[in-house]
Write a new protein. Structure first.
Length: 199
């Protein structure tokens, strides 16, 4: 497991703050409501521990993910619990209820996830001064463990460590259960850590 020093931890936390702030602003404009954010928790953690840190391998989640290319390579993911995904989708579509299987609902949640992914990816690129471009987002709904296996297999990605970002997003009195996960290719993680002073 990679141990970060205080400077690196502060830099990743700043990335989390910038990303969370930008995401909250963009989502607020979409739903015409204020979104409150907490101070994010950001850490580098082994990939095989992620599912257990986020509710267990059998926890069902919606995942919006996009491929990250150019100098920074990997995959950025936004994960939502089923309840939070439904709540946010209802807010985005301004409906009392939604069918999470229909195209409009899927499109709305994908847009929200894309905003979150893009906000954190942009903040990370800004902090470490490494350029990147993201693919069109995709979405899946599955158990946490199966979802991670599927995404890794689909993109052919090999990674040992990931950047996990946990931040509380709240709309009125409802807290959204969501996390961000950046799965960098090993070379990219080395670049990020070197940029943060761990070369």
């Amino acid at each position: 497991m990679i141990e970060l020093n205080d400077v690196q931890i502060d830099a990743l936390r700043e990335m989390g703050n910038i990303g969370a702030g930008n995401a909250a602003t963009a989502l607020s404009q979409l739903i015409f409501e204020t979104i409150n954010i907490s101070v994010p928790s950001v850490k580098v953690t082994p990939l095989d521990e992620v599912a257990y840190l986020m509710g267990g391998p059998e926890k069902q989640v919606y995942v919006v993910y996009l491929e990250v290319m150019r100098t920074m390579e990997g995959t950025m993911l936004s994960l939502f619990s089923a309840e939070s995904a439904r709540f946010l989708t209802k807010k985005m579509l301004n409906k009392d209820d939604v069918d999470m299987q229909d195209e409009l609902s899927c499109s709305a949640l994908k847009e929200a996830g894309s905003i979150l992914c893009g906000s954190y990816l942009s903040a990370l690129s800004q902090i470490v001064a490494i350029n990147s471009v993201a693919s069109v987002p995709a979405m899946t709904f599955d158990m946490m463990g199966a979802m991670l296996d599927f995404i890794l297999a689909e993109i052919g990605l090999v990674a040992d460590d990931v950047i996990l970002i946990n931040v509380d997003l709240s709309i009125a009195s409802t807290k959204l259960e969501t996390s961000q996960l950046f799965i960098p290719k090993p070379r990219t993680l080395d670049l990020i850590l070197a940029s943060l002073g761990m070369g």
